[in-house]
Design a protein around this ligand. Structure first.
Ligand SMILES: NC(=O)c1ccc[n+]([C@@H]2O[C@H](COP(=O)([O-])OP(=O)(O)OC[C@H]3O[C@@H](n4cnc5c(N)ncnc54)[C@H](OP(=O)(O)O)[C@@H]3O)[C@@H](O)[C@H]2O)c1
Length: 313
């Protein structure tokens, strides 16, 4: 089968489109014929070697964490999936390939309303947002949440989950994304390029830090005592959290069919929108990585929406 692999740590220049064997499945796995996968920061982080100690990979490594496709074969102990089922989910690497051995604890049936490309844009960032809002953020109806990076792939889901939870939403985004973030459910959208959010937001129950820089540090000034701060982008500034009596959580996604099913139910009910910015064939995964890294000015600048890779036509 065709796959993208890296043979050494690095970035897009290491991505090789090549022939590799179709994976064998274990008894509790399904073989998925992958139609689409998507580009996530995590792929680039693991490939760079930056996460070697915390999230080791074995070289040669096939990147790719989320996927949508059909079940080609089921393991001996698998129940609940049949050959031909349309599925989507997460895996710990390996989805930049025509076939994937997927753990059934991370896979569910694809929402009927989404095509494969739309579906593969959901699992990694959708589950991250779900866990940030619910598992770690414990957001309740009537509470105030501030979501930094709200137009981004995780942020757009987080805004929609917060809206469904009945929260009052403050959000930060770029100028061109203000209307989009409002349309997803945020009441107050702050243009982070022109306005200091600490002059607008106050008495916040939960802050989601989905961006880097000094955003976490400044956020402690707007959280209520007893509030929470969830970061997807690095460790908690423990001294500041303690001084402001804030519970800080530096989270890492836990790939979960249960959470993905909750998201799927909402999608099937028409309550959640997905957003695709660009689509490339799998063989051009390197271009997708360059776009997401935002370092090549000759390529489009994406501020919202996912980059999808088409694996099988
Ligand atoms: N811990 C985990 O398990 C986990 C899981 C998924 C993602 N992540 C991390 O979470 C972060 C967000 O992921 P993503 O996929 O949503 O990224 P993304 O799609 O690239 O979105 C980032 C968004 O943040 C905006 N932004 C940048 N600087 C900002 C600032 N100072 N204030 C407000 N908005 C700002 C960007 O807009 P402009 O381009 O216009 O600046 C963009 O809309 C990444 O660092 C990713 O690595 C962690």
């Amino acid at each position: 089968m065709k796959a993208i692999r890296i043979h050494d740590y690095g970035t897009f220049e290491q991505l090789k489109y090549e022939d590799v064997p179709v994976p064998e499945i274990k008894d509790d796995q399904i073989l998925v014929k992958v139609y689409t996968t998507s580009v996530n920061h995590l792929d680039m982080k693991k490939a760079s070697g930056e996460a070697k100690d915390t999230m080791p990979i074995q070289l040669p490594w096939i990147p790719g964490h989320d996927f949508a496709g059909t079940v080609e074969k089921t393991g001996k102990k698998v129940t609940g999936f049949e050959v031909g089922d349309k599925v989507y989910g997460n895996s710990d690497g390996n989805s930049y390939a025509e076939y994937l051995a997927a753990d059934i604890s991370k896979v569910v049936l694809k929402p009927e309303s989404l095509d494969f490309a739309e579906a593969s844009s959901v699992p990694h960032v959708g589950e991250t947002a779900w866990q940030a809002i619910h598992t770690h953020g414990q957001l309740k109806s009537g509470q105030k949440v501030l979501i930094h990076g709200a137009a981004g792939a995780v942020g757009a889901f987080a805004v929609q989950f917060a809206k469904l939870a009945g929260a009052k939403i403050y959000a930060t985004a770029s100028t061109e994304d203000i209307d989009l973030v409002k349309s997803l459910g945020a009441g107050t959208v702050i243009d982070y390029k022109t306005t200091d959010f600490t002059t607008v937001a106050e008495d916040i129950d939960l802050v989601l830090v989905l961006v880097g820089g000094n955003t976490q540090e400044k956020s402690y000034n707007v959280i209520k005592q007893g509030g929470r701060l969830v970061s997807t982008t690095g460790p908690i500034l423990e001294d500041l959290a303690r001084d402001h009596k804030v519970t800080g959580v530096s989270m890492v996604i836990k790939q979960s069919a249960k959470d993905l099913q909750s998201i799927t139910d909402l999608i099937n009910e028409g309550k959640i929108q997905t957003d695709i910015a660009l689509t490339y064939p799998l063989s051009e995964a390197a271009t997708g990585w360059k776009v997401l890294s935002g370092k090549d000015s000759s390529l489009p600048h994406v501020t919202h929406g996912k980059i999808v890779l088409e694996v099988t036509k």
